[in-house]
Design a protein around this ligand. Structure first.
Ligand code: AMP
Ligand code: MG
Length: 337
């Protein structure tokens, strides 16, 4: 019961089912990437599988945190070169996503994040001057990343990288793979609101993932799915500061250097692949609703991408049949294709 409460409070995943099945669930709470993560495994050699998944989550946290001395990203940002399989893989995937989104998703946005105080260190939140932004933007360019033999990656300094937009997606993906490799057939991994689902729920009912209302406390609705998907939500409400009555948030439009102002205040992406889901959720907040929906036409249909977008005029646009809107709230819901 306690585990169910944790899942409800932190995960927004409703792990309902009959009491017998719940008692068979094994859960693990992991703190990594500044996030409380909850893993629930329903079958197999659950504790051993959870140990392995937990280990991988800590390993990835240490590897991808750009503020952690010795991490692959830290080394790349300092030396302009690193050889690491995960970093190379993630950056190659980032290149694909960056191209597809017209540069809306771009991990080289790091120097701009730093100026706004959303960087790696304890930088103060403040509104940078136009001159500061212009000089930082000069290095925001994916082509400064180079790929060599094997897992070699280079970065043309003073460009800097930040993988905050996909690190969780990759972690969820890897944790799911590790559980599966160890014989688990049914599991839910909550990464502080983003969720990776493995297999179907015990008993065969649909998983029910509650989608957070960006305005606070409640839910936008419930997404029901048979499984094997990753659900990522990005919102301009997640990290922000206020200055002179104006709000400045952590998702930066690489075209302007300013916090994205596209009208999309929250984007949920459902996708088979965790990295795509995570990156696209960030990108949708940058490009806005029309461009987000248009992107669907150019993404490999095998990824099964679906969107739930909250617009600042109170509309919720969603593309998936599995989304059940919450009845009593201030939003207007429109299913779009
Ligand atoms: P998420 O919470 O997945 O939307 O990721 C937000 C994080 O991604 C921020 O905290 C930054 O570290 C990073 N980020 C912000 N803007 C961008 C962008 N345009 N492209 C790539 N990463 C970004
Ligand atoms: Mg993201």
């Amino acid at each position: 019961m306690r585990n169910k409460l944790i899942a409800l409070l932190l995960a927004f995943v409703f792990l309902t089912g009959c009491a017998k099945q719940q008692s068979a669930a094994h859960t693990r709470t992991v703190f990594a990437m500044d996030t409380v993560m909850n893993l629930t495994v329903y079958d197999g050699d659950a504790e051993a599988a959870l140990d392995a998944a937990e280990q991988e989550l800590h390993r990835l946290d240490a590897l991808l945190a750009r503020g952690t001395e010795g991490s692959a990203v830290y080394t790349l940002n300092r030396d302009g070169a690193v050889s690491d399989a995960t970093t190379a893989r993630l950056l190659k995937q980032s290149r694909e996503i960056s191209l597809l989104t017209g540069g809306a998703f771009d991990p080289t946005v790091a120097p701009v994040l730093e100026l706004w105080g959303f960087g790696s260190g304890a930088g103060e939140h403040r509104v940078p001057s136009d001159e500061e932004l212009a000089s930082a933007l000069a290095y925001v360019e994916f082509n400064r990343i180079g790929f060599g033999e094997d897992n070699d990656v280079t970065l043309e300094l003073p460009a800097q990288l930040d993988l905050g937009g996909i690190a969780k997606g990759w972690s969820g993906q890897r944790a799911r793979e590790i559980l599966q490799e160890r014989g688990v057939g049914s599991a839910a991994i909550d990464l502080g609101g983003d969720v990776a689902l493995l297999g179907s729920k015990p008993g065969g009912a649909n998983w029910r993932v509650a989608i957070k209302d960006p305005a606070g406390g409640g839910y936008l609705g419930i997404f029901e799915t048979a499984g094997d998907v990753y659900v990522a939500t990005s919102g301009v409400y997640e990290r922000y500061f206020e200055e002179n009555g104006k709000r400045y948030h952590h998702i930066i439009d690489p075209a302007t250097g300013h916090p994205a102002d596209s009208g999309v205040v929250s984007a949920t992406v459902i996708c088979r692949d965790g990295v795509w889901a995570d990156a696209l959720a960030t990108a949708c907040c940058v490009v806005g609703a029309d461009a987000s929906l248009a992107l669907l036409g150019s993404i490999d249909t095998a990824l099964g991408v679906e969107l739930i977008l909250v617009i600042d005029d109170g509309r919720v646009l969603y593309t998936c049949d599995g989304f059940v809107p919450e009845q009593e709230n201030r939003y207007t819901y429109e299913q779009v294709s």
